[in-house]
Design a protein around this ligand. Structure first.
Ligand SMILES: [Zn+2]
Length: 163
């Protein structure tokens, strides 16, 4: 138990329950209850600017990642307006801190410089890259892979010829 002398001449100190009961009975000490600091009461987001993931030869744009240890909210956003967004959580609305916004703009600028010099892989230049790009599109949009579409078209063409 944490105690402090009534006159507050000394900082609070810890005592076992037995010793604390005795000291409290002397009426020269009171139980010390810690009050949370304003910083502990305010929910705070943890912000980070991260480079976009690389898939094969292609690099995605950088993004802002943010998470809150209090409500568990964790998400990310990218795009030209990512630094201007409002984030709602814990019953409050937060704006992107200026140093994070600045770092994001800087990383985004460098990303566009790089991507101007380096074109994303062109379909048809590399079979493995083609297959991977097809797979990514199929996964994200629910499209059928190219081979499946071709097989379906060929089957359809064959059935038309037969009839
Ligand atoms: Zn929160």
């Amino acid at each position: 138990m944490k105690l402090q002398d009534i006159e507050k001449k000394f900082p609070p100190f810890d005592k076992s329950a037995g010793e604390a009961a005795y000291l409290l009975s002397t009426k020269k000490f009171v139980r010390y209850v810690e009050t949370p600091t304003p910083e502990q009461l305010i929910p705070t987001l943890v912000w980070a600017v991260k480079p976009g993931p690389r898939v094969d030869d292609y690099e995605y744009p950088p993004y802002i990642h943010y998470s809150c240890g209090k409500c568990g909210m964790a998400t990310m956003s990218s795009g030209p307006n990512a630094a201007a967004q409002l984030v709602r959580h814990c019953g409050i609305v937060e704006t992107v801190p200026e140093h994070i916004a600045e770092k994001f703009r800087e990383m985004r600028g460098k990303y566009w410089e790089r991507s101007k010099k380096k074109q994303p892989p062109q379909p048809g230049s590399n079979k493995a890259v083609d297959a991977r790009l097809d797979q990514l599109v199929a996964d994200s949009l629910g499209y059928k892979p190219r081979e499946v579409l071709i097989a379906e078209l060929q089957a359809h063409a064959a059935s038309v010829k037969r009839s």
